[in-house]
Each structure stands twice: as structure tokens, then as C-alpha cells.
Design a protein. Structure first.
Length: 152
């Protein structure tokens, strides 16, 4: 699994032309499921994201001292199979590394459930497989990629 994480001051989603969830300060997590991803990777990734020190502590002299859990900020999770795109050959991306929907959706659901169980703040999510428009204001900008296979 891959997660592209962006620290945001606000984010919202439109799903199939209808308003979806929105958050204030927090994280947007774009989640891509690899064809051989497993449920334990979803759990590891959720825990890793929740512990990352990505937020400033107003009282501290250095930045990035707090996690999303410390701030109780919001999280918006969006499925995005294109995180597993390959551009090795030609100019048309190949998505052969991305999991098929019947494999990816249950793992996406495990990830969302894990985030909701472990995080006290708001957790919003898109709709798997739907056409979505995501609006966000990247705060920093701060953008991080995590790959569960590499554990980094």
C-alpha cells in the first residue's frame, strides 16, 4: 500500500457531483492499494500515519513536534489507485501494480476502520471507485509518501 499524505489547513471532497466530507486543519491521505497488499499493511500504515510528527507545537521552538493524534485534527481519506502507476514504458501510465477493485476495496475499508478506531478527531473518506473532486490547501507545503512494503 502507498499513502500520499498532505498536511492541510482545510480539505473537502465532492463525490459524483455531490458534496462529501470536509475537514479543517489535518491530513489528506491518498491511499493506493498494491495487488499483493495485505490487511496487516493497512493496520501498520494507519498507525504509522497517526504517529507521524507533522504538526507544530506553538510552545516549542522547533517545528513538527506533534502528531495528528496530538492535535485531534481531521483526516480525509481518498482511494487513489494511480499511486501505483508505472511510467517505465512510453507515455501512457500502466496501472498493473494496482489491486483490482475486489481486492482493493476491502483493504481500503480496513484502513478507514483502523483510522476511525484509533483517531479521536474527525475521519472523513471518499467513496471507493467513484469519481471524486478533492479540494485542499496544502499547509507548508508538507507532502510525504509512505510505502508499506518498504516500511518507510
Amino acid at each position: 500500500m502507498r499513502a500520499l499524505i498532505q498536511r492541510v489547513s482545510q480539505a473537502s471532497i465532492i463525490i459524483d457531483k455531490k458534496p462529501g466530507g470536509s475537514i479543517g486543519s489535518g491530513l489528506v491521505v491518498f491511499l493506493g492499494v498494491h495487488h499483493d497488499s495485505k490487511p496487516d499493511e493497512a493496520k501498520w500504515l494507519a498507525e504509522k500515519i497517526l504517529k507521524l510528527k507533522l504538526f507544530d507545537d506553538a510552545a516549542a521552538t522547533s517545528s513538527n513536534q506533534k502528531s495528528i493524534t496530538d492535535t485531534s485534527g481531521g483526516i480525509l481519506i481518498v482511494s487513489q489507485f494511480t499511486l501505483h502507476a508505472s511510467t517505465r514504458k512510453g507515455t501512457k501510465p500502466s496501472y498493473h501494480r494496482a489491486a483490482a477493485p475486489e481486492i482493493a476495496q476491502p483493504l481500503y475499508d480496513v484502513f478507514v476502520r483502523q483510522m476511525r478506531q484509533l483517531h479521536t478527531g474527525a475521519v472523513e473518506n471518499g467513496h471507493f471507485g467513484a469519481y471524486m473532486e478533492v479540494s485542499l490547501t496544502n499547509d507548508g507545503p508538507l507532502t510525504i509518501m509512505i510505502d508499506s512494503k518498504l516500511k518507510e
